[in-house]
Design a protein around this ligand. Structure first.
Ligand SMILES: [Zn+2]
Length: 307
């Protein structure tokens, strides 16, 4: 069951030669989602081969560096004769703004596009064994973050015990037990707990969008496998980060540490650090013991299933 995140764009508000404006492709077992869609996102999708059959675009907020790629991408899908409907999820109150942006050239797409507003705490979409929820953040404009949360997986099936201790032949009885149903065997009732371990947690991936360190993100990211967080500035610009509704790399690291996430990816890097970004990584790493990565365009992250 693959869960792969590709960082399509990792710049702050102003792109650089190395960094495109924000976009994140997520592929869970073939279901493709896009988080934010800065200018040029469609070419980054081609460059990094993330596939175009996206079902949902989840927008964190309507600042240009997160949405200006939408009109072009939606037009390309139209040129490609897309027929599948698309849902664009936007923060509360932003439906008309995004719809107006996409329709600015007056063209209607040949496929259906739905614009859905999502408030923090709401389920944005659900798929086979997972859902995406909107998360409260703290930015200067109306904004949300997103958390992809997988359902718990079934416990491990103790085949050795079933076969050797209980003498049950491999077959349909195994799947019944694994599904949580009791079976009759040799005149005895065998309960699933006898051969199936406790449910195992699924994976959680959280994307903050642009934000100050926010309690909503911290809660959503508790024990998460992956947190992708705003790290626009370094310590030298901590005041500016507070003024502009962004986080510093150190603040991202501190939040990741409090939430006890496995892996932190820093993104939305201000162009002022171009060529001199190592400090951001060390400032975050000083505050966070887990795996910490400074995102670059094209960074691919496979999120493994926990044992
Ligand atoms: Zn931004």
């Amino acid at each position: 069951m693959t869960l792969r995140v590709t960082m399509l764009g990792t710049s702050g508000a102003v792109p650089t030669v190395e960094r495109n404006p924000t976009g994140i492709a997520l592929n869970r077992d073939g279901r493709r989602l896009l988080f934010d869609c800065g200018e040029g996102t469609q070419r980054q999708m081609m460059r990094y081969g993330t596939g175009f059959d996206v079902t949902d675009v989840c927008i964190t907020h309507t600042h240009g560096d997160h949405v200006l790629g939408l009109p072009g991408l939606l037009q390309t899908w139209d040129f490609n004769d897309r027929t599948e409907p698309l849902t664009v999820h936007v923060p509360p109150g932003e439906r008309e703004a995004v719809r107006t942006l996409v329709r600015a050239n007056g063209n209607e797409t040949g496929y259906q596009v739905e614009y859905a507003e999502v408030a923090p705490g709401e389920i944005v979409l659900s798929g086979d064994g997972f859902e995406v929820r909107a998360v409260a953040v703290d930015h200067r404009s109306t904004a949300v973050g997103y958390a992809l949360v997988e359902e718990d997986r079934r416990g491990r099936f103790d085949r050795e015990k079933a076969e050797q201790e209980l003498g049950i032949e491999p077959g349909p009885k195994y799947s019944k037990l694994h599904r949580g149903e009791a079976i009759e065997h040799d005149g005895e009732t065998i309960h699933p707990e006898q051969v199936v371990g406790p449910a195992r947690p699924g994976r959680t991936v959280v994307y903050s969008g642009d934000t100050r360190p926010a309690s909503g993100i911290e809660r959503a990211a508790a024990d998460a496998d992956l947190l992708i967080h705003d790290a626009t500035f370094g310590e030298d610009m901590a005041e500016r980060a507070a003024e502009t509704g962004h986080a510093t790399a150190r603040e991202a690291g501190e939040l990741a540490s409090r939430a006890d996430v496995d892996r932190l990816v820093l993104t939305h890097v201000s162009s002022r650090y171009a060529g001199d970004e190592a400090a951001l990584l060390s400032e975050a790493s000083a505050a966070f013991d887990g795996e910490c990565t400074l995102a670059h365009d094209g960074l691919e992250i496979e999120v493994p299933l926990p044992e």
